[in-house]
Write a protein that binds this ligand. Structure first.
Ligand SMILES: [Zn+2]
Length: 337
């Protein structure tokens, strides 16, 4: 029923106990889609587990061995902020396999959503902030290795900066400077935010995030938009539009990897921006429209979302799928005419 596939497994549930990261959100999104009557079983693809050699396209063998042997130090486990178990490792391997599949399918169908993934705080040699493996980076490197793509762009709209993504793909150079557009902030009626950019090679990384939030140290992305506390819909959307236009002026990706975090929402427990549910829908629509208009395939992962009411997190993620369906359905209709 949808113009693209959804990648999902019942085994996406992370066995991490009582946690602000509600790992049951994935199952709830699937249920919501069915109760809205917008999907049937044929819309779903079952992911496979990523292999050790695939995750080692991004992660160090030393780190992967530690995960496989269960030999993380107490400090490393603390930094991850989720309890270690072999089952948790398996679950991350499955989300990573899901993101590889979603990236492959996006190239075929123009879009694909992994109802999971987006673990942008994972580094080559360690995990952080609920993220053990960087599923999206592995997917990009896997596609590049197989020569399915050469260049990818990450568009990270989680409220937290994509520090793992930036560290992996190295967005910065010595010439890193403030974009002219940052000086013209008043033109857009923007205040408080700022945008910085550096050079990029085969992966161009864009991150829009709250400046005064985790991670404390923010390795430079190709474009970082540091947003002020309490930033609302209009300001956020103007910055996103600005960052996308600027990124696509200098880089021609063959795939966009969109991190559709639900945590810029005003009622998020771990975020300090002030987007409304409608503003988040407009955010999704903007990303999808830009990708569709330029015929750039887009793969979506969900990243964070910690609303006071888990139902709100589920609504925001579900809306992302509905917005994608609307944009890509319209595109299908146009092609058929
Ligand atoms: Zn987040």
């Amino acid at each position: 029923m949808l113009p693209f596939k959804l990648v999902y497994s019942e085994k996406y549930f992370l066995p991490i106990g009582e946690h602000v990261f509600r790992a049951d959100k994935y199952r709830m999104i699937r249920q919501r889609l069915f109760s809205l009557g917008v999907v049937d079983e044929s819309d779903f693809l079952e992911p496979r587990f990523a292999s050790e050699s695939e995750v080692m396209l991004v992660h160090s063998p030393h780190y992967i061995n530690k995960l496989m042997e269960g030999s993380l130090t107490a400090r490393e486990e603390l930094q991850m902020e989720i309890p270690y178990s072999p089952q948790v490792v398996d679950t991350f391997m499955l989300h990573t396999g899901g993101s590889i599949l979603a990236a492959e399918r996006a190239l075929v169908d123009g879009a694909c959503v992994n109802i999971g993934g987006g673990f942008h705080h994972a580094f080559p040699d360690h995990g952080e902030g609920f993220c053990m493996l960087h599923d999206v980076a592995v997917a990009i490197r896997s596609l590049q290795k197989r020569k399915l793509i050469q260049r990818a762009m990450t568009v990270d709209c989680d409220v937290h900066q994509g520090n793992g993504t930036a560290a992996i793909f190295g967005g910065a150079s010595r010439q890193t400077g403030t974009l002219p557009s940052a000086h013209q902030g008043s033109v857009f009626g923007l205040s408080g935010g700022n945008m910085r950019q550096g050079n990029s090679k085969d992966v161009f990384t864009i991150s829009l995030h709250q400046e005064n939030n985790y991670p404390l140290v923010k390795p430079p992305s190709s474009i970082d938009v540091n947003l002020p506390d309490g930033c609302g819909d209009d300001e956020y959307l103007a910055w996103l539009d600005n960052a996308l236009s600027s990124g696509l002026r200098q880089f021609e990706p063959e795939l966009i990897c969109y991190f559709a975090g639900a945590d810029p929402f005003g009622e998020d427990q771990l975020g300090g921006l002030n987007l409304t549910m409608d503003g988040l829908k407009q955010r999704d629509e903007l990303v999808f429209r830009v990708a569709e208009a330029r015929e750039i395939p887009v793969m979506v992962t969900f990243a964070g979302g910690y609303a006071i009411r888990v139902e709100d997190t589920v609504s925001i993620h579900t809306n992302t799928i509905l917005e994608a369906a609307e944009t890509f359905h319209k595109a299908d209709t146009r092609m058929a005419e």
